[in-house]
Structures are given as structure tokens and as C-alpha cells.
Design a protein around this ligand. Structure first.
Ligand code: NI
Length: 173
């Protein structure tokens, strides 16, 4: 099931999310809905607060054809190691459509999480996967990629998004 994605600015995107105690049937269903929503958008990552759920849950799939799809469900993801090397990617966000900006982050990260069977997983991500997982974990802490930009650029994007949201509210798009 595809769920509506919240658009910035929204107070629900600025909150610290709560840890998940166990992978209940409802939460696994939510994770699968989030994957459907992410692929439909289309996007490579989505965090629960983006669909209005204040829980530490993210999904992602950064595969590029011909590599097969690799949908990942991560409950309580936590970065346990950051590389000292950094890299810069042009990032976007499904909650801030049509806006992109370069963000510098550690080039590789080791992340620990619980999967949909509540098994503990740990993996070192590099490249786009590393950028994506850091971007999604930021969402769980109420942080957006535009928070890495200068004040002027951030305010400009926020004002444009406020206008988009007013147009949507009026039924204009
Ligand atoms: Ni995002």
C-alpha cells in the first residue's frame, strides 16, 4: 500500500523518533508499505517519520541495474563506525521534491540494525548506500539534508516548499 509522504516544512519531520521494541506484524506491514511508497515515488530511501510515524525505522534500496533489487528494512539503525574519508553526493529527499544539493558525509559507515525477523544485522556501506543510510538515519533524529546547507539556501528551499504546499492545499497540483 502506498502511503502519502509528508512534505517539508512539517513539524513531524523535525522530531526525534522512538526506538522500536519489536518487529510486530503492524510494523513489518508498515515497512513493506514504505518500500512500496519508496519504489513508487521513485526513491532510494524512506524513513518512517516521512509517512507520519514517529518510529526508528527506515527502508532503502540503492541498487543500480543490472544488479538485482535489494530492499532493506532497518529497525533501530545505528552507525557504529564512520570512515575518516568523506565524499560529496548531490542529495534529494522525497519530502523536499525537486530540490537537490551537495552534501559532504563520511564515505563509508558501519551500521547495526534489527531486520524484519528481529535478527541483528551489521554491514559496512560505501558509496551511494553510505550516503543514503546516513540521510535516512538523520530523518529519525529530525534532521533533513537541507540542514547541512547555508541558512540562505535552506530558507530559500523552505519558502519554495511552503508555496508548493499552499498550492496543494488549494488543489492547484
Ligand atoms: Ni529524505
Amino acid at each position: 500500500m502506498i502511503r502519502p509522504i509528508l512534505l517539508h516544512p512539517d513539524p513531524r519531520l523535525k522530531k526525534l523518533c522512538d526506538p522500536v521494541a519489536q518487529a510486530t506484524e503492524d510494523l513489518v506491514k508498515l515497512a513493506r508499505d514504505m518500500l512500496d511508497t519508496m519504489y513508487d515515488a521513485p526513491g532510494i530511501g524512506l524513513a518512517a517519520p516521512q509517512v507520519g510515524i514517529n518510529k526508528r525505522l527506515i527502508v532503502m534500496d540503492c541498487h543500480k541495474a543490472p544488479t538485482p533489487a535489494r530492499p532493506l528494512i532497518l529497525f533501530n539503525p545505528e552507525v557504529v563506525w564512520y570512515s575518516s574519508e568523506h565524499s560529496t553526493y548531490e542529495e534529494g529527499c522525497l519530502s523536499i521534491p525537486d530540490h537537490y544539493a551537495d552534501v559532504e558525509r563520511p564515505e563509508a559507515v558501519t551500521v547495526r540494525w534489527r531486520d524484519e525477523t528481529w535478527a541483528e544485522q551489521e554491514e559496512t556501506f560505501t558509496g551511494l548506500w553510505a550516503t543514503c543510510v546516513q540521510h535516512e538515519i538523520d530523518h529519525l533524529n529530525g534532521k533533513l539534508f537541507i540542514d547541512y546547507l547555508g541558512l540562505m539556501k535552506r530558507q530559500m528551499i523552505t519558502r519554495k516548499m511552503e508555496k508548493v504546499k499552499r498550492e496543494i492545499a488549494r488543489g492547484g497540483r
